[in-house]
Design a protein around this ligand. Sequence first.
Ligand code: SF4
Ligand code: SF4
Length: 452
Amino acid sequence: MKLSKYILSTDSLEEVGLNNKRIIFSTRSATSILIENEIFDNLSNGNFNSVAPELLTVLNEKEFLVPIEQDEFEHIISTNKGVKDASNFLSMTIQPSANCQLGCGYCGQNHSKHYASDSVIEKYYERIVYLLSQKKYEGISITWYGGEPLTGYSAIKKTSKKLIQLAEERGLKYVSDMITNGLSLKPSLFKELAEECKVTHYQITLDGNAESHDQRRFTKTGDPTFDIITKNIIDVTSMKEYYDNRCHISIRVNIDKTNYQYVDPLIDFIKDTGLQRKISMYFATIVDFGGNDAGKDSLQKNFFAEKEIEWLLRCYENNINMNVMPKRTYSVCMAEKKDSEVFDAFGNIYACWEFPYSDVYGAGDSLIGNLFFPKETYNENATLRDWNEMLQSGKTWCKTCTHLPICGGGCPKSWVEGTPACPPFKSNYKDKLLLDYFIRKQSEQGATNTFA
Ligand code: SF4
Ligand code: SF4
């Protein structure tokens, strides 16, 4: 055996009282272990005989140690392929509305008052029936995206009814989630979405507290939205239906130089309004959207990574759910899954949910086809579908990157646009390993949430 090349390590942890120790992390198994420096040196030097057999067994199981002859990159690629081939959920994204009430400066979409008509809905249905006939599936997963999907609520309701019935007839599971701006997510609408349309997971964006959010995520007529959206979140998460249907709201915070100062106040707002434990939070950088220069105010990657640790710690201290560590990623996103498609309100089909309604990606090579045309006319090699070949060709940094098994390449669209898609974890993994270690330690000890 040999030490895997897919291992990350903290420095020696004297500063936090863990003398002569470090945390090592296998990106192949997404597992971390606290280990003595001396043992790590022995492993690095191939002195496996000096390491206790019980520990060697664990290191083997968790893929820190791998067969000596194994080409690890090829192994990762073929394991990913196996998992993707075995995947038995048909995952589709539907963007039933080309409209959105908001006028966010960083959005790269062209909005129009166009919603999926009954004939388009029928085409969604026919295409899904066709795809279900191509492989044995156990379930259907639908993500609703926009424009703002709730401006096309009538189409969501009609499509969900047909697909839920289809799933029932065929004994398939049915799951659904939604990316929404939250402006229309009133309790009565939420109840229908959760109970009739089976939409249980929601992602809602808040760009800092009201002072910051309202400067960025205002309506097309310039009106503020923070108070309306947060009232909706508070109301919805207080409902019995939120718990009965195991619903979850994840709050995304889009961050750049102009609003990073307002993330702490947002975290405090979440706590002060009692939303902690009812929602989760995560933090994202703003990037260009097909050359719209939205990323012109992006924070330096390292600075964002440093701030992210502070925000995660603040969330933890305030009992707000968040994820510190990445998981093993077998598929980077829908773009590389041939049976995963995005439908827009006009019946266009794409491989990436950022393509519809965009000047740059709306037509041409990015378009797979249109549901009103025969499938023989569809472009199987539409933009991004070749992500695996791109990965293997070494055109991106991913082929030689230690993070590949947990990252998968970040975002293929970003690489195609010439922007490395490396997530903050690449810059702040040492801090995250330590934060994760202390969180797990404290939860084992049942201690209160403070590192003091
Ligand atoms: S390519 Fe990027 S933007 Fe498109 S679906 Fe994948 S992760 Fe999302
Ligand atoms: S996107 Fe960056 S961090 Fe992810 S695998 Fe590629 S090079 Fe590594």
